[in-house]
Design a protein around this ligand. Sequence first.
Ligand code: XIL
Length: 351
Amino acid sequence: MAFGLDRRGVLAGALALAACDRRAGAQAAPVDLPPLRTLAQFAIGAAVQAAQLDDPDLGPLIAAQASQLTAEWEMKMEYILQDDGAYRFDAGDRIAAFARANGQRLFGHTLVWFDQRPAAFVALDESRISFEAAYRNYIAAVVGRYRDIAVGWDVVNEAVGEQGEGLRKSLWSDKLGDIKHMVIAFQAARQADPAAILFLNDYNLESLPAKRKAFLKLAEQLLAEGAPLGGLGTQSHLTADLARGAYGAHLRDLASLGLPIHVSELDVSQTRAPLHLIDPGGVRAAQSRLYAEVAEAFSALPAPQRFGLTLWGLRDKDSWLRRENAADAPCLFDDQGRPKPAAGAFANGLR
Ligand code: XIL
C-alpha cells in the first residue's frame, strides 16, 4: 500500500468527518487509520496500567499503536515504596515484560516528585541510615531494576513553581536542598544506568511562558552543577483552546538548549477550558486541530532531538481526566478503542 496515497485517504476521511462533526451534539465518528507507531519516525508512547495489558480489548490496542510505554503510576514511589520500606515491582515488571514481548521501549516515570511523601521516608530512622543514603538506594534499586529495557527516566517531575515562581518545596528539597536533591538524583540514576537518557519533566510549559523560562533556567543550572541531565520532558496536558502557534513556539523554545525533547503526557481536554462558548462539534474540531499542531511541531524538530511523543492514555474512557469530568474526551481513541477524527488529524501531522 502506497504510504502517500494512504495518508491522503486518511486526510480526506478525517476532513469529511470533521465537517459532519460540526453539527452540535453529533458524535465524532471513527476513522480508518494505520497504527500510529507505523506512521511516526520517532517513538509513539502510551501511558499504561499493568491490568490494562491483560484487557482483551485494550492490550492489543496498546501493542498495535505504541512503540514505547510509560507506567501511568505503578513505577512511582506511591506504588513501589511500601510503608515499611520494602519495594513492590510486580506491576512495573509486568509492563516491562509486555514491552519486551511487543518490541516496545520502556520509559521510566518518575523517581523524584514533590507530590509524594512516602511514609518510609517521612519516618526514616536516620540513626540507622542517612536520608541521603536511603534516597540514593531507592533510585539505584528502581533504575537498576529496569536498566536492560528503560531508554529513559523522568528523574525529577514538576520541580518548578506553579506559575514559574522559583522552585517547589518538598520533602526532598527540605532534607537535601533545592538544587542539591535534584543533582543527587540525576547522579544516582546515571550510576545505576549509564545508558538511559535522564529527563527533567514539567507541565503547563506551553501555556505559561514564565514557567517555561524558569524550567529552562533550572535545566541550565542543573547542567552547570554537573547533573547528567540528558533531556527535557513537556507533559502537554493541553486544553482545546490553546492559541494557534503556541505549542510550536514552546517546543522550539525548549529545543534551544539542544537536548532531546519528550512530549511526555499528551492529552487535549475538551472540558478543562471555558469552551462552552462554542458548540460541541467546534470543541472537537479545536481538539483535532491542536493534536495536528502537536504532531507537526514535534516532527519539525531536528531528528536527534525527537526523543518521543507519549499519549497519556489511548481510549477516552481510560483517561485520568475522565475521573475529573465524566464528559471529557481527551484522547485519540474513543471508548471502544476506535480512532477518532483527532487521530486522523494527528496522523496527518506526523511526518
Ligand atoms: C496521574 C495519573 O494519570 C493518575 O492515574 C494518578 O492517579 C495521578 O497521576 N502529571 C504527571 C503524571 O506527571 O504522573 C500524572 O499522572 C498526571 C500529571
